[in-house]
Design a protein around this ligand. Structure first.
Ligand SMILES: [Zn+2]
Length: 305
């Protein structure tokens, strides 16, 4: 009996990329479904991929209860939520889990994207029971799933999640850049922290976070990690908050994960270029002589652990 099944509904970073050059990997932005065996339904991020997931859930004809984890609030992680049809059915209930930002809380961030200036209907029109849970860097339990979180190196406040269930674990780090990059976003963020925030958590941004991230990912069965760039592309895109594949592979090797999923594909990369990043990543892993399986995330792909 497997412990959980994951399915990828959106694997693209930054902006949706429909068209013939992205048919293989897909053009929807970030959304991953986790169904725990005899346990809850988790949805990771609400990019445009969540629309297809919602329509599929509705077809099952049952009331839907799910936990929606938002890694951060850039468009590609929230823009699908207004089109998530299960949110407009009063039989359904959702808990949206994520961090507050420096000056605005989780519920307001989600609500404001449905301000009438931007969208014809508001969050009040969502008739499902929708609750919010603000978290920081912490350990929480939802039903029988244990969840660890860690702030990442990405502009603004972005969380990585580690889900543990029945002895198996999945780490989801959708948007992240190596901390060794000289200028980290968090050095700036520390200055912006309001006095009522847990400042000591953010202080740790500055110290040895790459080592902390390796520990966060240690021995995971699956690591889903940002792999937006080739190393030569990354040189001109430092501080954008995304990783070159060689860093992602290095993290997977040092963390001793079993399976690495390359995620958050660059919107300017076509299918052949993602094939190439997958091939180069697999080559690096082979050189490391570690038994890590490695695939580029693809819409519709399912993995059971
Ligand atoms: Zn993103």
């Amino acid at each position: 009996m497997k412990s959980f099944k994951i399915k990828f509904w959106g694997v693209r970073g930054s902006i949706p990329t429909p068209g013939p050059s992205t048919l293989k990997y897909g053009g929807n932005t970030s959304c991953v479904e986790i169904q725990f065996q005899d346990g809850p339904l988790f949805i990771l991020d609400a990019g445009t991929g969540i629309r297809g997931l919602g329509n599929t859930l509705i077809k099952k004809g049952k009331a839907i209860q799910a936990y929606i984890f938002i890694s951060h609030f850039h468009w590609d992680h929230i823009q699908g939520l207004p089109f998530f049809r299960p949110a407009y059915d009063q039989r359904n209930s959702f808990l949206i889990v994520g961090t507050d930002d420096a000056a605005i809380n989780l519920a307001d961030i989600i609500s404001f994207q449905m301000d009438p200036t931007y969208f014809p209907i508001t969050i009040e029109d969502m008739t499902a029971d929708i609750q919010f849970k603000s978290i920081t860097e912490e350990n929480i339990q939802i039903e029988k799933v244990n969840i660890n979180t860690m702030y990442l190196n990405h502009p603004g406040y972005a969380l990585g999640f580690r889900f543990s269930y029945q002895g198996k674990s999945l780490v989801y780090i959708s948007d992240n850049e190596p901390f060794y990059t000289a200028e980290t976003h968090q050095n700036t963020a520390v200055k912006d922290i309001p006095s009522d925030r847990p400042e000591k958590i953010f202080d740790s941004f500055i110290e040895d976070k790459d080592a902390k991230l390796i520990s966060f990912c240690q021995n995971a069965d699956i690591l889903i990690h940002d792999t937006q760039f080739l190393p030569e592309e990354y040189q001109n895109k430092r501080t954008w908050g995304h990783s070159p594949y060689n860093y992602t592979v290095d993290l997977a090797v040092k963390s001793n994960v079993s399976q690495l999923i390359l995620f958050h594909h660059d919107p300017d990369h076509n299918d052949e270029e993602i094939d190439k990043i997958q091939r180069l990543s697999q080559k690096l892993i082979k050189q490391s002589q570690r038994p890590i399986s490695c695939l580029a995330a693809m819409e519709g792909m399912e993995i059971s652990v």
